[in-house]
Design a binder for this molecule. Structure first.
Ligand code: ADP
Ligand code: MG
Length: 583
């Protein structure tokens, strides 16, 4: 008679499988995390046919008893939490008790598991969620679970499995991220019989991370470290000379759980801001350690997204952590540096300082201060006047000619520098404008421009007029979805104000809440610096070159323009001597 009925368990599991097991890689993730929760020190992942044919995970963890292994495949069966309070202090990867029943509902599973010192192990076979066999077997301590023919009973899902290469790519991705954050566990990944990953147990996080970055990058790696009383940010990043066209190489971990989080990604990007060329993303491995009660990992069945209570504060601290990493390292990609070996050694020392013992921590501040003194040596000494050139107090960068009316050639203490005049001036103007604390000055237009907007744009415009005012735009409502622009930021007169205002409105609509007014202000300043800076092709007098170079060296980031392009390229003496085969 009833219209409503409770779904039988096997149907509920099949539905849950739709969320938990999106593709073979999601099953691999859940199973590997189970192995980690079981305190394994060695995990082998064997895949056949991109995971569609076979996923096999072998671990040396604490295993399960015969009673437990049968229970483990029941819905909401977990050994990891028992009370509601436990949800606030989750330290394990799993806690929902959903993975095994979900996976078992859509595949053919065989588990062999054995606890330490047990008389015998247990074999359990489940087919599409139905137990087919359970018996005692001899087995080593740990768990060996095989998932065959994933989605064999859900043809629609099976059909949508991508090519072996794509599915294997996802598996490799997730196993790499998990391995990266667990140096104490040895991992092996095998596909169709060939080994594609094999990392040994190690005490050093740097060593583990390095095995995923490659030697080329490892030599430039910089340690991140920012500690507050409620948040610890550590990890590594690479300077903007190494970038990627996507976020593949951005690995975020919260309490050692690999996660995807827009706020943190945005903050990392903001930390690099003005040092990255458009469309390029930084290479970062970042670990956030935070009290589990202020982060919610239970917002998604796969637990790959988290929510923070102090989203805004975390954003600020991540930006700070990234910026400080650069300041500490005195990043100067093209300028002379201590010899490479030397530099590498310092960084290694610094890193082992943090991740190793306290005592070596001191090495970091030592290395740190020597970087600092090196930087001060780059900028002209206080009170140095151009007339002093050639005297004993010669500036470190001495421009002597301009080529193609575009590049300035300058001599430095130990080589030659080629400076892009436009990029250099852009950096100078940008930092000057950013340093001003007040509104951007506005310039009235001879002929005001009218701007007709659609319904949505009008709503955004009405909200954003105060912000646009701050940015130097003077705008009035004219009624009927029409607005009048009668003033533009000084230095923008040549651009198309209509286009710019529309762009800003669309930005606000699209990302509204994430782009703050100070970020918009910065965007405006970047575009104004570009317009105000001297152009390529403009001849410069000797004094103009000197003054530009001096101003550039006084900026905080002399090596890149606000768009992230280099301002200068250096050819060091050492390099010259190498090229002329003198050494
Ligand atoms: P959850 O991990 O959320 O608890 P799962 O369905 O993934 O739920 O696993 C259910 C239970 O099975 C776990 O709580 C754990 O006790 C046990 N288990 C699963 N995999 C393993 C393993 N590899 N070694 C030991 N115990 C395991
Ligand atoms: Mg689990």
């Amino acid at each position: 008679m009833n219209r409503i009925q409770i779904l039988p368990e096997h149907i509920a599991n099949k539905i849950a499988a739709g969320e938990v097991v999106q593709r073979p890689a999601s099953a691999v993730k859940e199973l590997v995390e189970n192995s980690i929760d079981a305190e394994s020190t060695k995990i082998i992942v064997e895949i056949e046919g991109g995971g569609g044919d076979l996923i096999r995970i072998i671990d040396n963890g604490h295993g399960m008893s015969r009673e437990d292994v049968a229970l483990a495949f029941e819905r909401h069966a977990t050994s990891k939490i028992a009370t509601v309070e436990d949800l606030d202090t989750i330290k394990s990867f799993g806690f929902r008790g959903e993975a095994l029943p979900s996976i078992a509902a859509v595949s053919q599973v065989e588990v062999v598991t054995c606890q330490k010192d047990a008389v015998s192990g247990t074999l359990l076979r489940i087919d599409g969620g139905i137990v087919k066999e359970i018996r005692d077997v001899g087995a080593p301590t740990g768990t060996n679970i095989m998932i065959r023919n994933l989605f064999f009973n859900v043809p629609a899902r099976r059909k949508f499995l991508k090519t072996t290469i794509t599915e294997m790519g996802h598996i490799n991705h997730i196993v790499s991220k998990i391995a990266m954050s667990h140096p104490h566990i040895a991992f092996k990944l095998i596909h169709n019989g060939s080994e594609i990953m094999n990392v040994q147990q190690t005490d050093s996080l740097l060593e583990r991370v390095s095995s995923f970055l490659g030697q080329e990058m490892v030599k430039d790696i910089l340690p991140i470290q920012l500690l507050t009383d409620w948040l610890e940010i550590t990890g590594f990043l690479l300077p903007p000379s190494h970038t990627r066209p996507n976020r593949e190489m951005q690995s975020l971990f919260v309490n050692n759980r690999y996660i995807v989080n827009k706020t943190i990604s945005h903050a990392i990007y903001a930390g690099y801001h003005t040092m990255l060329p458009g469309g390029r993303y930084p290479i970062v491995v970042m670990f956030l350690k935070i009290d589990p009660s202020v982060v919610d990992v239970n917002v998604h069945p796969t637990k790959s997204e988290v929510r923070f209570h102090q989203e805004k504060e975390i954003h600020q601290l991540v930006v700070k952590a990234v910026r400080e990493t650069f300041l500490n390292a005195n990043l100067s990609p093209d300028m002379s540096m201590p010899a490479e070996g030397d530099r590498e050694k310092r960084i290694r020392e610094a890193i082992s300082g943090y991740f190793g013992s306290r005592q070596t921590n001191a090495t970091y501040s030592e290395a740190d201060s020597s970087w600092q003194s090196f930087s001060s040596h780059l900028s002209p000494p206080e009170g140095d006047k151009r007339q002093d050139v050639g005297a004993s107090l010669a500036p470190v960068l001495l421009p002597f000619c301009q080529i193609y009316n575009t590049y300035i050639i300058a001599r430095s203490d130990d080589g030659v520098c080629i400076i892009d005049q436009h990029a250099a001036h852009e950096r100078v103007v940008y930092e000057r404008l950013m340093a001003q604390d007040r509104e951007i000055l506005s310039q009235l237009m001879l002929l005001p421009i009218s701007l007709e907007l659609d319904y949505q744009e009008t709503a955004t415009m009405l909200e954003s007029i105060p912000l646009l005012n701050e940015l130097g735009f003077k705008i009035d409502e004219f009624g009927q979805n029409t607005f009048i622009i009668y003033g533009v930021p000084v230095g923008m007169a040549k651009g198309d104000p209509k286009e710019t205002v529309l762009e800003i409105l669309h930005d606000i609509q699209a990302i509204g809440k994430t782009k703050t007014s100070s970020e918009l202000r910065e965007d405006m300043i970047i575009s104004m610096s570009c317009k105000a800076a001297i152009k390529a092709g403009q001849p410069l007098a000797a004094e103009e070159m000197s003054s530009l170079v001096q101003q550039l060296m006084e900026t905080q980031q002399p090596h890149t323009c606000p768009h992230g392009r280099p301002t200068m390229i250096k050819l060091g003496m050492e390099e010259l001597e190498k090229r002329f085969l003198r050494r």
